[in-house]
Design a protein around this ligand. Structure first.
Ligand code: PGA
Length: 260
């Protein structure tokens, strides 16, 4: 794992966006795995800014999002389809047909999940996967106890995850219980992973991911087995790392070396 600790969340978010843009500049037809959630909104703002400055184009890229709620139509204001459209897709030059999210309204969700996994494979696999991390260590909606060999499938969300996501919905009862998510093995197949975590609320999950045992109890810890995983943190998210001084010695100031 490459662990980059920035002083501020803003610096970590900008670095994440620049690394993604750099990957697309190197390989314009990149297949990108994308993430949603509060942490990613400023990453997408920065990507839109880089696009507006003509420093990156997505015209040849393909995207696959990690997950989507079951039971929310694409047009629902809280669906991840809507999140991605509003945060990124409508602001950049990616063709709509090149963007993919699981179909949360499919009449056969298990089949839709299998089809999604097959579509990723047919696109040549994911070049770069963007990831957040939940307070409970989830990546995508792979909640604790998810098989580390899992593929795209239907998952039941934990109460903890539903409470964290409740802020987007009118009430807890309206917060979806089920989602289709890429599996941990699906994520591990990505040629490169970029995980961004900011804020003190993520510090325990980050420590478990990087320094805990590899365990289905902290699904993000599977990244310990990934050969090209970069973890971008702000100072608060890094605050529980026992070996922080070593990571900062290896990559001082978050290694701000990305050129566009
Ligand atoms: P957040 O979600 O960015 O809203 O904290 C991250 C996640 O659950 O993966």
């Amino acid at each position: 794992m490459k662990i980059l600790i920035h002083d501020t969340a803003e610096a970590a978010e900008k670095d994440t966006a620049r690394r993604l843009a750099q990957a697309v500049n190197k390989k314009p037809d990149s297949v990108l795995g994308l993430a949603t959630g509060g942490t990613m909104t400023r990453v997408y703002e920065e990507l839109v800014a880089l696009y507006n400055q003509k420093r990156v184009s997505f015209s040849e890229a393909t995207t696959f999002n990690l997950d989507e709620y079951i039971g929310l139509p694409a047009e629902h204001p809280c669906s991840y389809h809507t999140y991605m459209r509003e945060a990124l897709f409508k602001h950049i030059d990616i063709p709509e047909a090149a963007t993919h999210l699981p179909d949360g309204m499919a009449s056969h969700p298990d089949q839709a999940a299998a089809d999604y996994e097959a579509a990723i494979h047919a696109a040549g696999g994911i070049d770069l996967q963007l990831l957040g991390i939940g307070h409970n260590g989830h990546i995508g909606f792979n909640e604790p106890s998810s098989s580390l060999q899992s593929r795209t499938r239907v998952k039941t969300l934990t109460e903890d995850t539903r409470r964290a996501n409740q802020r987007y919905f009118a009430s807890f009862d309206e917060t979806p219980i089920y989602a289709i998510t890429m599996g941990i093995a699906t994520i591990m197949d990505a040629r490169e992973c970029l995980l961004l975590a900011t804020g003190a609320g993520k510090a325990d999950a980050v420590a478990a991911m990087i320094e805990g045992p590899m365990s289905a109890n902290c699904p993000a810890s599977a990244l310990q087995m990934h050969q090209t995983a970069t973890i971008l943190l702000d100072s608060e998210a890094a605050s529980r790392l026992a070996n922080r001084a070593y990571y900062e010695y290896v990559h001082p100031k978050g290694d701000d070396s990305v050129q566009l």
